[in-house]
Design a protein around this ligand. Structure first.
Ligand code: SF4
Ligand code: SF4
Length: 433
């Protein structure tokens, strides 16, 4: 018997969207969860079939249904190959949000989500306190103990990257640039965990943008775009954070918003979807989303690439391989820009992975919720990297960065992972920054 309390007649998704699927099956063999399990219900086609059956009232969302939806990585590879243009991300986010309101959640999940999503991610102070506590746990060896005692989930905790010293965990605080042409200005969005865990990437991004002739400014208070909320069944929280993000960057309406986190950029480009029933916010969301641009696509435009090229010296990172973050290639359709940037470094040796668009298993918090699946996907990526002969794995997303770094550390590999901004910043000639 179902333990769910869904209101009779209420569908989790918009039925019409599920009708776009023509059941061709082209998505099956590119779907990582189908590859892992061989189960139709763990494939895009199977998941859409289940959602449609639920929307038509033919099935109830029981635990099998919930498992089929929760196991999806939202990597969006199915959208890249689908000939029918199925809006899989939209359906899955709606479905998880609907499930979230009808399924009984354990107290631990409720507490973690209320604190993590409701209080930590939306607040710089909250993030700073949480990362400070994690730092203390790492110094005291508690994360190592957890990784031993708690099995697979503990291993995910133990594989989190070391929290940098406090001196490195500082926001950029770039004041408004001196008045000048708006075409040479940009907002650099710092993100929520980026200033704490990857402050060096934000600094490298600002340095490289400056070398390309861009005057960056940052927002003193803004933190989270809401991507994790949307992907994990909290569309109400995602809308709140989308509104605060739009407001934060609304004052200078023609200046692009550059983001060096592919997952956040992909989500912010889709803000209008969150407000389809709210004409006022839909208009504001459209205006904001049209200004969002990934760091790599912004820099690869000729008017910035040409000045940047004149500042680049030899690569400091050995042989490079770019691994496409899912939300850059599948989510935003950005594929050539990072390769153009790497190829512009004099003498850089760049090799291709055999399957650079396969998911590394990070997928937001998926690596913590489903560590076995995540590890299996990462193992294949590590083998691909090994075969490529690259010394540096290059990424453009913090979740992938942590996933790769954890995998390379566990494998005692001499290879390193760097954000593309770090690779470019290290290649700048000394007088360039
Ligand atoms: S988003 Fe990724 S994991 Fe989910 S169904 Fe599509 S391909 Fe499979
Ligand atoms: S590729 Fe698209 S249309 Fe074909 S089965 Fe998959 S989701 Fe449906």
């Amino acid at each position: 018997m179902s333990t769910f309390s869904k209101e009779a007649g209420a569908a989790l998704i918009e039925h019409a969207l599920s009708l776009d699927c023509i059941h061709c099956g082209l998505c099956l063999h590119t779907c990582p969860t189908y590859q892992l399990t061989g189960n139709e219900s763990a494939s895009p086609r199977g998941r859409i079939h289940l959602m449609r059956a639920e929307a038509e009232g033919r099935i109830e969302p029981d635990h099998g249904f919930e498992e089929a939806m929760d196991s999806c990585l939202l990597c969006l590879r199915c959208e890249s190959v689908c000939p029918a243009g199925v809006s899989f991300e939209s359906m899955m986010e709606d479905c998880r949000d609907g499930l979230d309101s009808v399924r009984p959640k354990g107290w631990l999940v409720r507490v973690v989500r209320r604190i993590g999503f409701g209080h930590i991610l939306p607040s710089r102070r909250g993030i700073r306190l949480a990362l400070g506590a994690l730092k203390l746990a790492q110094v005291l060896g508690l994360t190592r103990v957890a990784s031993t005692l708690l099995g697979a989930r503990g291993r995910a905790l133990g594989s989190l990257p070391p929290v940098p010293p406090r001196a490195e965990r500082q926001p950029l605080n770039l004041a408004a640039p001196t008045p000048g042409s708006e075409s040479s200005q940009a907002w650099l969005m710092e993100g929520c965990v980026m200033p704490e865990l990857f402050g060096r990437v934000n600094r490298a991004s600002a340095t490289v943008l400056a070398a390309a002739g861009v005057h960056c400014r940052t927002h003193a208070e803004h933190t989270c775009c809401g991507a994790l909320h949307a992907h994990n069944g909290d569309l109400t929280g995602a809308r709140e954070l989308a509104r605060s993000t739009i407001i934060a960057f609304e004052s200078s309406a023609r200046i692009p918003v550059v983001i060096n986190s592919a997952g956040c950029g992909s989500h912010m480009k889709e803000y209008p979807r969150l407000f389809s029933d709210d004409p006022e916010w839909l208009e504001r969301a459209r205006a904001f989303s049209s200004r969002v641009v990934d760091f790599t696509e912004f820099l690869a435009a000729p008017e910035r690439l040409n000045p940047l090229k004149s500042r680049l010296g030899p690569s400091q990172s050995g042989t490079l391989a770019f691994d496409d973050p899912c939300h850059l290639c599948h989510g935003q359709g950005v594929r050539s820009a990072p390769r153009t940037l790497l190829a512009s470094i004099p003498g850089a040796e760049v090799v291709e992975l055999e399957d650079p668009e396969a998911c590394c298993g990070s997928a937001g918090i998926h690596s913590m919720l489903r560590p076995e699946d995540s590890s299996a996907l990462l193992a294949e990526k590590l083998e691909d990297l090994e075969r490529s002969g690259a010394q540096t794995l290059v990424t453009a997303n913090p979740g992938c960065h942590m996933q790769w770094a954890g995998g390379l550390t566990q494998a005692n590999s001499p290879k390193q992972v760097q954000h593309i901004a770090e690779v470019l910043a290290q290649a700048l000639k000394p007088n360039a920054s």
